[in-house]
Design a protein around this ligand. Structure first.
Ligand SMILES: [Zn+2]
Ligand SMILES: [Zn+2]
Length: 253
């Protein structure tokens, strides 16, 4: 499987998972125009998207979905709770999914799983192509047994490392925002994410990429050593998905 990111963080998220002729766009937090621009950067044409999967209704994940889906008539997959935030004029393109049931889109088998986050019915995904497994987890306040089971034995893992606790504490955020971000329904801090890596089976891992880093309250210089320590690997091996540039195509082999 191939995968790439058009950008990751609170200003917008969009991830591509591709196998054969099937390419899924997971979330579209950028405007349709910006998404087309960013797709060009990784030499992919929006008209070739097979489907859009939406994890939850927060703007940094859903903002561009409506216009992009309508323009290219792309099917959209989301839980009923998330789909209820999509405008009526895309309803004919929407397939409602259960966050507990596996479904297949052409060459890719999608395993959704529910996550604790302050959204209506948030869900994250693991992708199989019969040979490899790619896991995606962002926008989640705490880990759960379901999450750890889902992410075990992945060949590639795209894992949120949202904030450094101390930086968030010392930030100029209002107390309610500090609480929101760090709560059980907020985002994973670096230590929580590293703990997930320590707990799950990472024996097959070919790619690890830290996602959804806070631009104010985190830094790759903090995340990389923590992840490297958890995985007992070299820091240079830890990938970082940037807000502006995401990351270009990578492949499981
Ligand atoms: Zn987000
Ligand atoms: Zn969110």
């Amino acid at each position: 499987m191939r995968f790439a990111s058009l950008g990751s963080g609170s200003k917008g998220n969009a991830t591509l998972i591709s196998q054969g002729e099937t390419t899924l766009l997971i979330d579209c937090g950028f405007s349709a125009r910006e998404t087309e621009k960013r797709l060009q950067r990784i030499e992919f044409d929006a008209s070739k998207l097979t489907a859009i999967l939406v994890t939850h209704e927060h703007g940094d994940h859903i903002n561009g979905v409506r216009v992009l889906a309508r323009k290219y008539q792309i099917p959209v997959y989301a839980t009923a709770g998330t789909a209820s935030y999509l405008a009526a004029d895309v309803a004919s393109l929407v397939t409602e999914i259960s966050s507990h049931d596996v479904f297949t889109i052409n060459d890719i088998e999608v395993h959704p799983f529910p996550v604790p986050h302050d959204a209506r019915e948030p869900s994250q995904f693991v992708f199989h192509d019969g040979k490899h497994k790619v896991g995606l987890l962002t926008d989640v306040g705490i880990s759960t047994p379901i999450i750890e089971q889902a992410l075990s034995a992945c060949d590639a893992l795209l894992l949120e490392a949202n904030h450094d606790m101390e930086m968030l504490d010392n930030s100029d955020y209002h107390d309610h925002l500090k609480y929101r971000v760090s709560s059980r329904l907020g985002h994973l801090n670096n230590v929580q994410s590293a703990k997930i890596l320590e707990k799950i089976d990472t024996s097959k891992l070919q790619h690890i990429i830290a996602m959804h880093l806070s631009e104010k309250n985190n830094s790759p210089n903090i995340v990389s050593p923590l992840f490297a320590q958890a995985l007992n690997c070299d820091q240079s091996w830890i990938g970082i998905a940037e807000q502006e540039t995401g990351f270009s195509w990578r492949e499981t082999i």
